[in-house]
Write a protein that binds this ligand. Structure first.
Ligand SMILES: Nc1nc2c(ncn2[C@@H]2O[C@H](COP(=O)(O)OP(=O)(O)OP(=O)(O)O)[C@@H](O)[C@H]2O)c(=O)[nH]1
Ligand SMILES: [Mg+2]
Length: 243
């Protein structure tokens, strides 16, 4: 695995318009009505191809997405983040995307980090860039959440056989080739571990890139619990056994 240095913050201006036009940003969203409009607006200031996948939300996510996103897809039932990302990636590929970025709907990611994720792909060095909050920063990350995330890193070392600094970060970028080869079958949160397996199996070159993840009262109230993390590990291991 290669590692790249943080590239200058706010280098969105330096990213060629032509690259922005070939990039699709996939935003999986489940009951994100309160946060979604601002997130999409921030991304759309720089990238027009924003795909919101409403994952069977019960709130006004769908209506908000129709108001602000370029493309809105909908799961009729809640299937989970993995399934929502896979739906978005498939759509982006059909629409001719050359680069696909996955970006959470809860306001935790920064659009300013996208150029740093795309840079090593544009240079032809790798096909996949994974955001790492532990190479970058995590603002207001509670200690218990840090512990769970670090446990996830060790889990990945043991069960996926891959050394990463941050194994469960929703901010990622894929080349078209990588997006075509990654088929997520873990519908829920275990897809993050599954993606790492797929990276290992496909031998696609990848890199971790420093990013900032923001923790807010809103994101913490909605985010994953320690018990949830155990459930994710269980789903992943069961998925591996039935493979
Ligand atoms: N929890 C959850 N999120 C979903 C689902 N489907 C899509 N998502 C979206 O997936 C993204 C990440 O969800 P989070 O629950 O915040 O997971 P996370 O960011 O990995 O975990 P935290 O660090 O605890 O916030 C958000 O944009 C959600 O709206 C789902 O079924 N459950
Ligand atoms: Mg979150």
């Amino acid at each position: 695995m290669k590692q790249v240095d943080a590239i200058e913050e706010n280098s969105l201006g330096a990213l060629p318009t032509e690259v922005k036009a070939r990039t699709f940003v996939v935003i999986p969203a489940y009951n994100e009505g309160p946060a979604l409009a601002e997130v999409v607006a921030e991304v759309r200031r720089h990238f027009d191809h924003v795909v919101v996948v409403d994952d069977g939300s019960r709130d006004n996510t769908h209506a908000v997405a129709l108001d602000c996103a370029r493309y809105v897809l909908k799961h009729l039932i809640n299937r989970g983040q993995g399934a929502a990302i896979q739906t978005g990636i498939e759509f982006a590929l059909i629409r001719g995307a050359d680069f696909v970025v996955t970006f959470d709907a809860d306001g935790q990611h920064r659009v300013e980090d996208i150029p740093a994720l795309l840079a090593p792909i544009l240079n032809g060095d790798v096909d996949i860039a994974l955001g790492s909050r532990f190479l970058g920063s995590a603002t207001d990350l509670p200690a218990t959440r840090r512990l769970v995330l670090k446990a996830g890193v060790w889990f990945t070392r043991i069960f996926n056989g891959v050394r990463l600094t941050d194994a469960h970060n929703g901010l990622r970028a894929f080349s078209r080739k990588a997006a075509q080869r990654i088929h997520i079958r873990q519908d829920r949160m275990a897809h993050a571990s599954e993606i790492i397996d797929l990276i290992r199996e496909t031998e696609l070159p990848f890199v971790e890139v420093p990013v900032t993840i923001r923790y807010t009262e809103y994101s913490l109230a909605k985010g994953q619990s320690a018990r949830g993390a155990l459930r994710i590990a269980f789903h992943y291991l069961v998925g591996k056994m039935v493979d």
